[in-house]
Design a protein around this ligand. Structure first.
Ligand SMILES: [Zn+2]
Length: 299
């Protein structure tokens, strides 16, 4: 009797151990799948698309300035700073944007082993004619697909430095994405040709590089990063009336109050357009189509 009981007990124990082993190994392989090898941190949402397009399933991207936040004033949360200790690569915008000016030293200090690359290396900056914030140059480099091309190339160079084993995989992904960017660039160029020096009225001057590349002129409501005074608003209203500008573009990070005032005075409308959209390529087409509407009204 006793031996039988011991036998049953042993069988049960063995069964438990086997089940346990399978559950354990399943959870291990699961966590392997959910834990890609390379942790990359970027500053702004469009860069997250760049990294994902190049890195595919071999990277995990973290964005410091999340969707809807303003990179001119954003402060990272303590848990965001903690997450940096897991990162192999930080891809800076590198255009002198305030978030990086203020936080990069601290970010580098948290993880000294992390490779930090400057995605704007090789980009020709344009002077800050509209007086956006405190920078000498326009910091919104990413809005032009031609600049995005350079940023993608720089990001790729960083990725193959931290993960040389997957160089071929990254290269073929990168080349594919560059082709898509080129295609978008050509199609925007074609679509916006014939509108040379047309005016784009925007609340926050984020579209300077896009306007430069497609021969448009950006007019900003904001001056020196500040809301305009009554005189500034009056001047914009008379210019808009004179030039038949009917649309004011505003990024979702900004208050619509002044834009709404101007729009009602000119019998026009306020249209949301996000320079920091996470779906970069898709947003480019939306930008071009939206700009074309306001340009057609000026003809
Ligand atoms: Zn901005």
């Amino acid at each position: 009797m006793k031996t039988r009981r011991i036998l049953i007990l042993l069988t049960l124990l063995t069964a438990l151990m086997i089940t346990g082993f399978f559950i354990y190994s399943a959870s291990q392989s699961q966590s392997y799948i959910n834990n890609p090898e390379i942790n990359v941190v970027v500053s702004i949402p469009p860069q997250a698309e760049f990294v994902e397009k190049i890195g595919g399933d071999k990277v995990k991207v973290t964005t410091m300035v999340p969707a809807g936040a303003n990179p001119h004033i954003y402060e990272p949360l303590p848990q965001q700073l903690q997450a940096l200790s897991q990162a192999e690569l930080y891809a800076e915008v590198g255009s002198g944007i305030e978030f990086e000016n203020v936080w990069m030293d601290k970010i580098k200090g948290i993880n000294s082993k992390m490779l930090v690359i400057n995605c704007s290396q090789g980009i020709k900056f344009i002077p800050n004619t509209e007086g956006d914030e405190e920078s000498q140059y326009d910091t919104h480099v990413w809005v032009s697909p031609r600049n995005a091309r350079i940023m993608v190339e720089n990001t790729y160079q960083g990725l193959i430095q931290v993960d040389p084993a997957n160089k071929e995989y990254y290269k073929s992904n990168k080349d594919k994405y560059l082709q898509e960017l080129d295609k978008a660039d050509k199609s925007i160029e074609k679509s916006l040709s014939g509108y040379e020096n047309g005016k784009i009225l925007v609340y926050h001057p984020a579209w300077g590089y896009f306007c430069r590349d497609y021969n448009l002129t950006q007019i900003a409501v904001e001056k020196n990063g500040k809301e305009p005074g009554p005189q500034g608003i009056a001047a914009l209203i008379s210019q808009a009336k004179r030039e038949n500008i009917k649309i004011i573009f505003i990024s979702p990070q900004y208050s619509r109050k002044n834009a709404d005032t101007i729009a009602s005075e000119i019998g026009g409308q306020v249209v949301l357009l996000d320079d920091l959209d996470r779906n970069y390529l898709q947003n480019l087409n939306k930008v071009a189509e939206s700009f074309k509407i306001t340009l057609n009204q000026q003809k």
